[in-house]
Design a protein around this ligand. Sequence first.
Ligand code: SF4
Ligand code: SF4
Length: 603
Amino acid sequence: MSPATSIEAIQADSVQVEDEKTAIARAPSEKAKKLQELLATKLNRQIVGSLVGCIHCGMCNEACHYVLTHPDDPKMTPSYKADQLRKIFKANHDWTGRVFPWWVGAKVPITDEDLERLKDIAFGTCTNCRRCTYNCPMGVDTATLNRVMRGLLTSVGVMPEGVRVVSKDQWEIGNQMGVLKEDYIDTLEWMSEELVEEVGDPSAVIPIDNFNCEVMYTINPREVKYDPRTIAKAAKIFWAADESWTMPSEGWDQTNFGLFSGDDQLGGTAGKRVFEKVEELNARRLVISECGHGFRSTRCEAPNWSQTDITFPMESSIFTMLRYIKEGRIVVDPNVCKERVTYHDSCNLARSCGVTEEPRELLRMVATDFVEMTPNRAENFCCTGGGGAMSMSEYTPRRLVSAKVKADQIKATGATIVVTSCHNCVDGLADLIKHYKLDCKVQQLVDLVGDALVIEECAVSKKKTAAKAEVGLALDGRRILVVDDEDDARTFLSTVLADAGAAIIEASDGDQAIDLAKTQKPDLITLDISMPGKSGVEVYRQLRGGSDTASIPICVVTGHPEFRRVIYGASTAKPEGYMHKPVKAEDLVNGLRRIFELKEKKQ
Ligand code: SF4
Ligand code: SF4
C-alpha cells in the first residue's frame, strides 16, 4: 500500500475555497465571515505551534486509518485536513498570507457551500484519534486543529445533523442521548431490583443522591439507553466492596459532546454539571465509568473549559476496580472467563490520557487467555467510532471502509472477546465486527470483573460474617422473653435472636408475659405494646413496679409510635430500649447487644 504523500495532497487540493484576490472580488457570506472572525478567539500557543509547524513531510500519513484504507485519495492525509485551517489562519493572521497569498496558500471560504465542504472534511474524514500526532516529528497536533475547525463550523451552525441533535440534547436535557430524568431513575430502580434478587441482600440497592459518600459514580447515557447491565455490574462491585457510594439524580452524564463538536462552551457547561453535583452531595471522589472520551473530557479538559478549580480526585472505574482487588475488598476468580480475550485501547484513554497499563493489569486478573493486538497502547488504531463518528450516519460507509484496519487487527489475535474501556469503542467495534463478520463480541472490564466476583470472599460478606460472629457472642446464652400477640412478629423476633445465640421464652399476651417474667427471670424482655387484653403499657407498669421484675431490662418493640409518649411519660423507669416495627434483624440484635453492654458497664 502506498498512501498519497502530503505533497500530492497539496497539489490535489480541490476544495473550492478561494484565494484572497477572489475574496476581495466577492464578499464572504455572513457565516464565512463570522467563522474567520472567530478563529482569533481559538488561537493559543499550542494551536499556533501546530498551524505553523507542519513541514509536509508525510511521515504521519501511514498512521491514519483513513489513508491506509483510501491509499489513492490525497485528501485523507492528516496534513491535507489540517491545511484547511492553515489556509484561513494564513489569510487572516500571518503577514505572508496577506502579502503573498498565492505563494503561501492562504485561502478563505467564501460561500456557504465552501463551509459545507469544510464540514465534510472536518467531521467526515477524521475521528480526532491523534495517532498522526504520535507519528509527527514536529509535534503537530492535527486532531486538535481538526477540533478547532469543527468548533468554528459549529459556531456558525454548520454541522452534521447528528451533531446538532446530540449537542441540543446535552444542552437542553442534560445528557447527550436525551434520557429523561424519570427514565434514568426507573432504570436505576430496575437494576436495583435485579441486583437485590441476584445477591439476596435487600441493602444492595443503587443509592441515589446520598450525601457524604466516598464515591459519586457517573455514567455514559448509552448505559441507560442500551446497556443498563453495566450499571448493575458496577453496582454489584461497589456493593461487594462494601463501598459508601451514590449515583446522582442529575449531573450524571460524564460524556461531553463539546469534545467532539469543538464547542468549548458546551464542554464547560456539561463538565460543570458533574462537578457541581459532586460538591452538592459532598462526595469525596468522582468515579467515571469506563468511557474514553468521558474520562478525558471530564477529568482533563472540562476543568479548563469551565474554569473550575477541582477539589476532589477523579478516576476511571478501571482504577477503582483494580484498587478494590489489590486492597482485598473484592476477590475475583480468573477462571470464570474461559475465552481468548484481547484489549482495544481507546484513543482518548491511551493516547490522550496515558491509561494503558492499569486496564491490562486488571484484565489479567479476570481472564487467563489474554493476547495483545498489534500495534497496541498509544500506537493502537482507532475503533473508527471516535470523535462522535457514531452520530454522523452520512459518513458511515467511509467509516466502515476505514474500519478494515481495526478488523484485521482483531482477526489476527484469534480472540472471541474484545475488551475495551470505552462506550464509544463498544459501539464502533460492534459495528465493524458485524460489518466484517468477525467471530467475536465486545465487552468491558466491568462485565468481566462483575462476572468473576467471588461474593463469599468480598468485603461485604466478610463484614457480615464478622458482625454475626460478634453479635453471636454478645447474645450467646442470654435468656430473652419475647412478648408479642402476633404470631408472625413473635416468630421473626424469636428466630433472629435465637440465630444470634439467645435462649428464647415466648409470651403471646400480657398476663402470660408477667407470669413468665416472674417465674423464669429472663435477662431481657422485648415487649409489644398494642395487644388485646392487658396492653403493653399496663404490662410495662406492672413489670417495673414488681420487686422481682423491676430490674429486668425491657426493650419496647412496637408498630405504634404514639405509645412512645405514654411509655416515656410514665413515672416509672424508662425502658432500656425502644424500636419501631418493622425492625431490621441486624438492628434488633445490635440494639439488644448494646443494652447488655451498657448494663454490664454500670455493674
Ligand atoms: S487524528 Fe486520526 S483520523 Fe484524524 S487525521 Fe490524524 S490519524 Fe487520521
Ligand atoms: S503533521 Fe507532522 S508528520 Fe504530518 S506532514 Fe506535517 S510535519 Fe509531517
